[in-house]
Design a protein around this ligand. Sequence first.
Ligand SMILES: Cc1cc2nc3c(=O)[nH]c(=O)nc-3n(C[C@H](O)[C@H](O)[C@H](O)COP(=O)(O)OP(=O)(O)OC[C@H]3O[C@@H](n4cnc5c(N)ncnc54)[C@H](O)[C@@H]3O)c2cc1C
Length: 451
Amino acid sequence: MSLFSNIKNAYRLFKQVDMEQLGKLSQKIDLAEVMKNVSKLDDKQLAGLTKMLSGNHKKKELPPIEGDFYNIGHTLLPEERALQLKVRAFMEKEIKPIVNDYWRRAEFPFHIIPKVAELDICGITYEGYNNPVRSYLMEGVLAMEMARVDVSFATFFGVQSGLVMGSIYLLGSEEQKKEWLPDLKSLKKIGAFGLTEPEVGSAVAGGLTMKAKRNGNTWTLNGQKKWIGNATFADVIIIWAEDEDDKQVKGFLVRKNTPGLAVEKMEDKMALRIVQNGLVTLSDCKVEEPDRLQKANTFKDTATVLRMTRAGVAWLAVGCARGAYEAALKYTRERKQFGKPIASFQLIQNHLVEMLTNLTAMQTMVARLSELQDQKLLTDEHASLAKVFCSLRTRDIVSRAREVMGGNGILLEYDVARFVADAEAIYSYEGTKEINTLIVGRAITGFSAFV
Ligand SMILES: Cc1cc2nc3c(=O)[nH]c(=O)nc-3n(C[C@H](O)[C@H](O)[C@H](O)COP(=O)(O)OP(=O)(O)OC[C@H]3O[C@@H](n4cnc5c(N)ncnc54)[C@H](O)[C@@H]3O)c2cc1C
């Protein structure tokens, strides 16, 4: 290279130098000495030095964002793990891009139902329905995967697959199972579960105001149900009513468009806005005896369905918390303040680690809960304890997630605000904290504190 081009290159280089920075640097190191030494290096040594220095500026590789800290997903069988990842991919691809829009408009994305059907995951724990993987652990993990992206979708699915199919599976006659379960499983038909009433919520075990009167082979139902998920478009609503003759609770399959059945959409919810909750009114609504759940004769039978699904709600809480934690972790690694990622601040790390601690405790708890269920050892108090713990901790996790995101934490587009709101619904439905606490309290003390 000619002397002239050497000078030209050096000049170009100096033009790029920030003299102020150079001044600061020269106070710390002897620049003249450094340059003297560098000038003695041959081409190979110079290339080595350049490589070393540029290597230092490589973007730091960060660990993966992973809310399953104790690798519970890895305890699944290979085919179960594959299904988990398939459902995760579905949620990320089909639901995540549309969820905030539907949530804001409080509408249900009906167009996704055929795609959900293709997953073939409804009622996977039920025997005799061609389910290759049938564990409650698998079912719980799938519920968690759904809620990790959207709790409304997971709730829609939980009503269909758990409360509705579960009622028919556990308490229906063979004819009823044959008529309804295949179509519910393939989502050709959609169901709803009507237990709660405007004036009877927590106290459903103590008596319902929905009345059923038998006359020959025909039952006449009168009363109201509130909060009934999927009710506005369901093909069948399972209505729980008190038999006026023996005062026991019975279940009825009330078909869409039955005269005397009216459903009004509940508006202005601040949580689970995609779930279509209905106020259901039955006025002299006639149901024939073959549409009464044949094995549901007292509230104890209804409770067998709730026991099975309550464990699922604990998994939903885990999904909600995990979605919020992962979104918050991602955000704090990207968001910079004072020239540094906020994830590098001690106080932010404290929030993240507290979130992960609770999340990990919740996950190990529900994994054991499902094992108990798979071993047919699950009791009401087992499910209640997990529902209380997980829904309580979820509230804490989502509020920390929102906190570390500052103002953006309350914007829907940052994918945490929705979890904050939805955690409130999980906290209350399928038994409030108080009711589930009383169930556990009764079991461990031997004294019922129910009033
Ligand atoms: C989004 C959403 C979806 C739902 N979906 C359905 C559905 O599909 N089908 C369905 O049937 N129901 C559904 N529900 C109803 C849900 O199960 C009830 O909201 C829940 O059981 C609580 O009843 P409640 O709201 O009437 O509250 P209440 O029973 O009026 O309770 C109010 C407060 O009093 C407390 N409390 C009540 N009794 C006691 C006591 N003995 N001791 C101490 N404290 C007490 C409760 O814990 C609570 O804090 C849904 C609810 C929500 C929010």
